[in-house]
Design a protein around this ligand. Structure first.
Ligand SMILES: Cc1ncc(COP(=O)(O)O)c(C=O)c1O
Length: 232
């Protein structure tokens, strides 16, 4: 093949990639780099609160005492002591999680992408709260679902509007992005009951639950465990 042939043939993107639109999150973050702009569009943590010194000390300790374990390839589900820590952190209010059920990902975006990959076929129905987190829509959209919008009010997602025959429900019971609403305990219990008999997974995205320490922040999985057997 000569140089002229190579230049004549442009790259061919996959059909899926050709359907992609530009990322709204990328556009939001691009604006935040302009020093004259104070952007309220993205939820950016305050740099002054970053635990810089603690991170430096932790990195130093790891590289000094466990360099091989830190830098070598490891199991794809993640560092076991970290997975054990996660099980302890989330085995609360009656929920019981085993390390084999924990997968460490690079941020939630990778987890959402993996969920889309294993659960969504083109035209699969996916339930999402209205409105919902842009990043989740962006991850799932790669797998070409048909979104079914679930209405919300001041108590969060309206559980009685949920329909069956879908691949998954993506829900944020705590401080829903972008409305900031929390699912009431009553609705939470109803959603956990619905999830038990639904025949599809309920994906609970909970980056903000730790900000609110009362029973309303209970994970759906823990409410499921507390319910009497046979509740519909
Ligand atoms: C509901 C929700 N999930 C996930 C994320 C992002 O999480 P991560 O930084 O782990 O990708 C955000 C950030 O805005 C969010 O609001």
């Amino acid at each position: 093949m000569n140089q002229a042939d190579l230049q004549a043939k442009p790259w061919q993107l996959s059909e899926r990639a050709r359907k992609l639109t530009s990322s709204a999150i990328r556009e939001i973050l691009k604006v935040t780099e302009r020093p004259e702009v104070i952007s309220l569009a993205g939820g950016l943590p305050l740099p002054a609160t970053f635990s810089v010194e603690e991170m430096r000390v932790a990195c130093d300790r790891i590289l000094r005492y466990s360099p091989a374990a830190a830098l070598e390839y490891s199991s794809t589900d993640g560092y076991l002591p970290l997975r054990e820590w996660v099980t302890q952190r989330y085995s609360v209010n009656g929920a019981s999680i085993r390390p084999s059920q924990v997968l460490i990902t690079t941020g939630s975006q990778q987890a959402l992408d993996l969920l889309g990959k294993v659960l969504i076929d083109p035209a699969s129905r996916v339930l999402v709260e209205t409105p919902t987190y842009l990043g989740a829509l962006q991850s799932f959209s790669m797998y070409e679902p048909n979104y079914v919008q679930v209405p919300t009010d001041e108590h969060g997602l309206i559980v009685s509007s949920l329909t069956a025959d879908v691949r998954l429900l993506y829900a944020q019971p705590n401080f829903l992005n972008p409305t900031g609403r929390r699912l009431s305990l009553e609705r939470r219990t109803a959603l956990a009951a619905f999830a038990q008999g639904a025949g599809f997974p309920v994906v609970e995205d909970d980056p903000y639950g730790a900000l609110y320490r009362d029973q309303c922040a209970a994970m759906l999985a823990s409410l499921e465990q507390q319910m009497p057997a046979g509740v519909e």
